[in-house]
Design a protein around this ligand. Structure first.
Ligand code: HEC
Length: 141
C-alpha cells in the first residue's frame, strides 16, 4: 500500500512537472504569434470585400447566385470552370467583350480554358447574361 502511494506520488509529480512545462511553452508561443500578428501586414482583401458596394457587383452577384454558375465557378479559385478573377484578368472590361462573353454564357462552349465545356444557358436573357459578365469582369485584383 505504501509503495503504491509512492508510485502515485511520483507519477503525479511527473505529470505536474510536464504539465507545468507545457504551459510555459504554450504561453510563450502564444506571445510570439501575437507579436507576429501585430507586425505582419494586413491580409489581402478578398475580391468580394473589395467590390461589394459597387452597383454592378450587387446587380450581377444576385443574378449569378440565382443561376447555376456557382456550381462550376468560384470567385478566386478554379473549380470546373475558371475563377472569375482569372476571367477578369484575361479580358478587358469593354462592351465588346461583355457582349462576346454573354453570348458564350448563353450558348455554352469549350476551348478557351481547356477541354471542359460550359453548359449552355438558353433561358437567360441577353441582358441578364451581360449583367453577370459585367460583374465577373469587375473582379480584377
Ligand atoms: C457546367 C459547368 C459550368 C456552369 C454551370 C457555368 N460555367 Fe462558365 N465556364 C465553365 C467552363 C468549363 C468554362 C471554360 C470554357 C472554355 O474553356 O471555353 C467556363 C467559362 C466561362 C466564362 C469565360 C468564357 C471565355 O470564353 O473565356 C464566363 C464569363 C463564364 N463561364 C460565366 C458563367 C456564368 C455567368 C454562368 C452562369 C450563368 C456559368 N459560367 C455557368 C463551366 C461552367
Amino acid at each position: 500500500m505504501k509503495k503504491r502511494n509512492l508510485v502515485f506520488a511520483i507519477i503525479a509529480g511527473f505529470a505536474f512537472a510536464c504539465g507545468g512545462g507545457e504551459k510555459t511553452a504554450e504561453s510563450s508561443s502564444e506571445a510570439a504569434s501575437t507579436t507576429a500578428e501585430a507586425t505582419a501586414p494586413a491580409p489581402e482583401m478578398s475580391l468580394e470585400e473589395k467590390y461589394k458596394d459597387d452597383p454592378i457587383y450587387i446587380k450581377g452577384v444576385e443574378k449569378v447566385k440565382g443561376s447555376d454558375c456557382m456550381t462550376c465557378h468560384m470567385v478566386e479559385r478554379k473549380i470546373i470552370g475558371p475563377s472569375y478573377a482569372e476571367v477578369a484578368a484575361k479580358y478587358e472590361n469593354t462592351e465588346e467583350n461583355v457582349t462576346m462573353l454573354a453570348k458564350k454564357v448563353i450558348e455554352g462552349g469549350a476551348g478557351v480554358w481547356g477541354e471542359v465545356m460550359m453548359s449552355p444557358h438558353p433561358a437567360l436573357s441577353e441582358e441578364d447574361a451581360k449583367d453577370m459578365v459585367r460583374y465577373i469582369l469587375l473582379l480584377k485584383k
